[in-house]
Design a protein around this ligand. Structure first.
Ligand code: OGA
Ligand code: MN
Length: 319
């Protein structure tokens, strides 16, 4: 028999409902929406190592669709326990090597199921310590992940906050004329990792990254057109599906008008009323809906170590 993957082993070893001391009583869990913030709810009293009831997972899924990010407080997990918890919410995102993503390994072209996001050299130093501009994960792939979890293990004293953007609110706030103009447009988001391979030493905040592909410029990597305005699968709400910093292109659209429209929408998304800035505490797990949010990160001093672990969940083709 073949050896089990870490994920199969984790689910095999996870606690079961009949183990009373490891079963999470749903009545102990409190979900509290953040006050006066554009999105987010805190989840208290849940121990992600325990076996969860159907009622709990169903409630959490509903709360995620409603609040777009869930912040689980006070967690202590190893990778196996983290995988077992995350997989209650859907299959793990396992991209293929034809579309490189954060954490992809040189040998396989694909990332591990648990991606260390850290500035520790050779410990997942994929994102370094600098600012990360607002983005949705894996947007350049044919099936971007539906959601991701980040678990904070070690944090810097200064900086390193992560901000999430509610792109449903950003869409809703557009005037009707703009909505009509963009409702049926398709957008290609080019793969920044292919850009990085092509242009060694590139990083997302340097100017070598074009913001828009004009038709006389080469196409880097595979291009997948997705709707610019996507529909949330559970709530039916519409959201802008546009990051603010990487190379994009509207399909079948004039270069000049297209790049101007995208620049206007990007400026709009960045308005403070659509944002929530998370100040991490060790033990936080933030679980976000990647379909209708963006996220960014503030820089922090390179000599201060920051370690978070990320699990992404598979998603479908955007519509
Ligand atoms: C990510 C990411 C932000 C952060 O892991 O996808 O964007 O705060 N991380 O490290
Ligand atoms: Mn990200």
């Amino acid at each position: 028999m073949t050896a089990l993957t870490k994920l199969s082993q984790a689910i095999k070893d996870a606690p079961r409902w009949h183990q009373e001391d490891q079963f999470q009583n749903p009545s102990e869990i409190k979900i509290i929406p953040l006050k006066n913030e554009a999105l987010g709810a805190e989840v208290w009293g849940l121990d992600a190592r325990k076996a969860q009831s159907g009622e709990t997972i169903y409630k959490l899924k509903q709360a995620l669709a409603e609040n777009l990010i869930l912040i689980f407080k006070n967690q202590i997990l190893d990778d196996a326990q983290y995988l077992a918890f995350a997989s209650y919410f859907g299959p793990i995102f396992r991209p293929t090597a034809d579309n490189p993503v954060l954490g992809y390994q040189a040998e396989t072209g694909t990332p591990p199921d648990v991606v260390p996001v850290s500035n520790g050299v050779y410990q997942g130093d994929y994102t370094g310590h600098s600012e990360l501009s607002p983005h949705a994960d894996h947007q350049w792939t044919p099936q971007p992940s539906f959601g991701s979890l980040l678990y904070a293990i070690q944090l810097p004293q200064n900086g390193g906050q992560t901000t999430w953007y509610n792109t449903i609110k950003a869409y809703d706030a557009l005037d009707n004329e703009t909505k009509r103009q963009i409702d049926k447009l398709q957008l290609i988001t080019y793969n920044p990792f292919v850009r990085a391979q092509t242009n060694k030493g590139w990083n997302s905040n340097k100017t070598e990254m074009p913001l828009y592909r004009f038709k006389d410029q080469p196409i880097l990597g595979h291009a997948y057109a997705h709707p610019l305005v996507r529909t949330h699968p559970e709530t039916g709400r519409k959201a802008l599906w546009l990051n603010t910093r990487t190379e994009v292109e509207l399909v079948n659209y004039d270069d000049q008008n297209g790049s101007q429209l995208i620049a206007q929408l990007r400026e709009h998304i960045l308005k403070p009323e659509f944002q929530y800035e998370h100040h991490w505490q060790a033990g936080d797990i933030v679980f976000w809906d990647n379909q209708v949010t963006l996220h960014s990160r503030k820089a922090f001093p390179s000599e201060q170590k920051r370690l978070l672990k990320r699990i992404s969940l598979a998603g479908g083709r955007p519509y």
